[in-house]
Design a protein around this ligand. Structure first.
Ligand SMILES: Cc1cc2nc3c(=O)[nH]c(=O)nc-3n(C[C@H](O)[C@H](O)[C@H](O)COP(=O)(O)O)c2cc1C
Length: 191
């Protein structure tokens, strides 16, 4: 049986790219038909402080319907029985990629991602590192073979972005498209 409001789990790990996470949460906040479940890693809190001048972790949490503690391994999202449309991890660090690829799920974010794979639900990884080494590439290739979507934070120019915010919005929208959410901000080629 499907849950009435569709749920999306958003995981935020400690890679660079916090503006994309904030923008994606803002899009989801405006969607009353979607219930967001947020889990933020400890490292993400550090990266957030460094990258976001005017917005805090509390601002991010306020945009979610439900916030889960990263250490609360008994939270509903730790179970495959929790119904959801899928999970998006944005930004996704190479450490989190490695944790998912090896099944080493020692925090709630990793456990929730592991459940997505075992239940064959959507798992979207907005990965960020530059350059990638062989370990990163191998882990990402393996996760692709497990059904995860590997969506690197890469710049796009066909949409003629004028600002960094335009680029951020494009990446957030493109990632949400994988979960069937149309942000209304996404410029499609040829349209
Ligand atoms: C400012 C800052 C930027 C970082 N950027 C990246 C990054 O782009 N990609 C990455 O894989 N790790 C990055 N890291 C390192 C991760 O935060 C670190 O590997 C951490 O252990 C990840 O843990 P988590 O995946 O549990 O959040 C960055 C760290 C800091 C402090």
């Amino acid at each position: 049986m499907e849950h009435k409001r569709e749920r999306i789990i958003v995981g935020i790990s400690g890679a660079s790219g916090m503006p994309v996470a904030f923008h994606l949460m803002k899009i989801l906040q405006d969607r009353t038909e979607i219930e967001t479940h947020l889990v933020v890693s400890e490292s993400a809190e550090i990266t957030m402080e460094m990258e976001m001048k005017d917005q805090s972790l509390d601002d991010l949490k306020n945009m979610a319907d439900v916030v889960h503690d990263i250490h609360q391994i008994g939270a509903p999202i730790a179970s495959g029985s929790f119904q959801s449309k899928g999970m998006i991890i944005v930004p996704c660090s190479m450490k989190t990629v490695a944790g998912i690829a090896t099944g080493y799920t020692d925090n709630l974010l990793l456990r929730a991602a592991d459940c997505m794979i075992k239940e064959r639900r959507k798992l979207v990884l907005v990965v960020r590192e530059c350059p990638f080494n062989q370990i990163h590439l191998r882990n990402m290739s393996f996760l692709d073979s497990c059904g995860a979507d590997i969506m690197p934070m890469v710049m796009t120019f066909y949409n003629q972005p004028q600002t960094i915010e335009d680029m951020v919005a494009h990446i957030a929208s493109k990632a949400l498209e994988r979960l069937g959410v149309d942000s209304g901000e996404y410029k499609r080629w040829g349209e």
